[in-house]
Design a protein around this ligand. Structure first.
Ligand SMILES: [Zn+2]
Length: 457
């Protein structure tokens, strides 16, 4: 056992009151009606961090408050930037919860409530760690917290702040604990997330809907054109059929493959979970590798023609589809966006007017999985969990990570103490008390170990 464990056990009851308090703010950023509560939550966190000794600032000119809390110790020490978000997903599905989502409930060794795992729990793990570390004297490193209030509603406030005021958050390491774990009872280092390109294509054929018998033949239905375009973008083996799209895809390292093989990934359980007996993987790739390390194209929605009951012999005038692509290192979203558009235009048959709308893009992210900071994290995790971290990637997209890498420091480390069983974004979001406690202790040890290893630049 480590010294933080004993101290934490002693102070837990008092510290925990603060966790319960922060969970009670319905800080839902997606719904304007809740914005006063988002502000109230930010104010409370600022007061709490001031009490812990930080110099605190709320930046409000870009949107909902970005909180910057500086636990400065000494110029000669390295600085860690701790990222988190204090806003939460809506919880309008009250009837599916055991209890009011903003009135936290203890049950079966877990705590239930909106935001308990995503992301108020991980934020409080970090703040409790500060509190415990201070008990033993000065903090071992300078620590800055940057907490945003728009993560769950895809807001841009933090992005603007990071771009324009990056000198305020200059750091030697960015630490994100908003990523999850892979296996129950284990912690994880997520070192890569996928990027995103998203488009809508709108096709117009005849100027109005026509009789499919009277006009079918000489007039190209936009629905047929849509089918031609979409079918030309991928094949049945999961490969994307766009020239150049794979050119910059970084191959998987042998040591990554080894790490994935150790995850005890249960393919049969996965099949059951997704409700499909057959998984589509390119030759030579496992389902995990296909999801984490390979680009993907998904038609997210198709609209066109008659979709009501029974037949209607109509030759429709318009059709459209939404298409997203997930990108992996080192694909460039601007380049891929251009390649996708070019391919769509090539595939579009004559007689159709094509418009392409862009819904934005995000870079793929590649962070740390080795080196001094990752080693310190692994050692801290091994001490607390009696097992090293799972080294994983993530199929989803966390755009702020590549933003930090670009504007603050390429050394971005993502530690996950919460797992898929937490049901984040869903009803009865929960976190096991054991996972929370381990997260607190690991964070303490991690900061302590970093001090001797992270170089201050
Ligand atoms: Zn989150």
């Amino acid at each position: 056992m480590n010294k933080y464990h004993d101290l934490y056990e002693e102070q837990k009851n008092v510290l925990f009151q603060n966790f319960l308090t922060v969970l009670k703010f319905p800080s839902v950023s997606a719904d304007k009606a809740f914005h006063p509560q988002v502000h109230a939550c930010a104010d409370w966190l600022c007061d709490y961090m001031k009490d812990l000794g930080a110099k605190v600032e709320q930046i409000t000119q870009y949107g909902l408050p970005v909180i910057l809390a500086d636990f400065f110790v000494d110029k000669s020490l390295p600085t860690v930037l701790f990222y988190g978000h204090y806003d939460v997903q809506p919880a309008n599905d009250r009837e599916l919860w055991f209890q009011d989502p903003f009135d936290p409930l203890f049950r079966d060794g877990k705590i239930f409530g909106r935001g308990v795992a995503d992301d108020k729990g991980p934020i409080m793990m970090g703040l409790f760690a500060i509190s415990l570390l201070k008990h033993f004297g000065k903090l071992p490193v300078n620590i800055k917290f940057v907490l945003e209030g728009e993560e769950e509603s895809s807001g841009k406030a933090l992005f603007d702040f990071v771009e324009r005021e990056s000198e305020k958050i200059k750091s030697d390491l960015v630490l994100c604990t908003d990523t999850g774990g892979f296996r129950t009872g284990r912690a994880a280092i997520t070192y890569s997330t996928r990027g995103l390109v998203y488009k809508q294509i709108d096709l117009v054929g005849p100027s109005h809907d026509l009789h499919s018998g009277a006009y079918g033949g000489p007039v190209m239905p936009p629905t047929n054109a849509l089918a031609l375009i979409l079918a030309g973008l991928f094949d049945a083996q999961g490969r994307i059929n766009i020239p150049g799209v794979y050119d910059k895809v970084r191959p998987i390292d042998p040591d990554e493959r080894k790490a994935y093989a150790q995850l005890e990934f249960d393919v049969e359980r996965y099949k059951k979970h997704v409700g499909s007996n057959t998984l589509v993987c390119e030759p030579g790739f496992t389902p995990l590798e296909q999801n984490w390390c390979r680009p993907n194209l998904c038609v997210n929605g198709i609209v066109g023609g008659y979709t009501g009951q029974g037949p209607k012999t109509v030759l429709p005038s318009v059709a459209s589809a939404k298409i997203s692509m997930r990108l992996v290192p080192d694909q460039n979203p601007d380049e891929i966006s251009q390649l996708l558009e070019k391919r769509i235009r090539e595939l579009c048959p004559p007689g159709i007017r094509l418009e392409i709308k862009d819904f934005g893009r995000a870079e793929p992210f590649m962070g740390l999985r080795s080196g001094p900071a990752a080693d310190a994290a692994s050692e801290a995790i091994r001490t607390v969990y009696n097992a090293g971290p799972d080294l994983i990637r993530e199929g989803g997209t966390i755009p702020i990570l590549s933003h930090f890498a670009k504007y603050v420091n390429p050394n971005v480390l993502c530690l996950g103490f919460t797992g898929s069983e937490c049901n984040t974004h869903g009803p009865n979001e929960n976190l096991s008390l054991d996972a929370f406690d381990k997260g607190v202790e690991t964070t303490c040890l991690f900061f302590e170990l970093l001090a001797g290893r992270l170089r201050h630049s």
